[in-house]
Design a protein around this ligand. Structure first.
Ligand code: NI
Length: 140
């Protein structure tokens, strides 16, 4: 079913747009709009996948962020304390002058693991968050 197309205007940092344009050129998209539609679909699929994470899980959250963002490290620490009952371990790597990587391993109810990841994703200055989950291996 063909849907009516809506026009939206968005503001993006130049380097992000340049990188996006590079990728859609490389992948052979016919237009920037087609690339954006695909990116939004991936975002939705990922959200739906995260909403489906149920039962006891081990989760690994990988976060890349700009450490110069005011208040961000405090907020990340606060979230980790809030979910302290789930967190098994964390690792911090100073990637370069501007960027830090944090890997947090959690264990608990899948939806709580998801909530922790979503809280981190929504913070300003966070560039990338990836959540992977695995079972505890008992039933495998
Ligand atoms: Ni660092």
């Amino acid at each position: 079913m063909d849907q009516e197309l809506m026009r939206v205007g968005i503001s993006l940092p130049e380097n992000l747009l340049n990188k996006f344009d590079e990728i859609i050129l490389h992948r052979g998209y016919s237009s920037r709009s087609e690339g954006v539609r695909d990116a939004i679909r991936s975002y939705i699929v990922n959200f739906e996948w995260m909403s489906d994470v149920q039962g006891e899980r081990v989760g690994v959250i990988t976060i890349v962020y700009a450490h110069s963002q005011r208040g961000l490290e405090d907020n990340l620490t606060e979230i980790q304390h809030e979910f302290g009952g789930l967190i098994q371990s964390s690792l911090h790597v100073h990637l370069d002058h501007d960027n830090c990587l944090e890997v947090v391993v959690l264990r608990g109810e899948g939806q709580d693991v998801r909530k922790a990841a979503e809280r981190m994703m929504s913070l300003k200055g966070v560039k990338h968050v990836k959540l992977t989950t695995t079972s505890l291996g008992k039933e495998l």
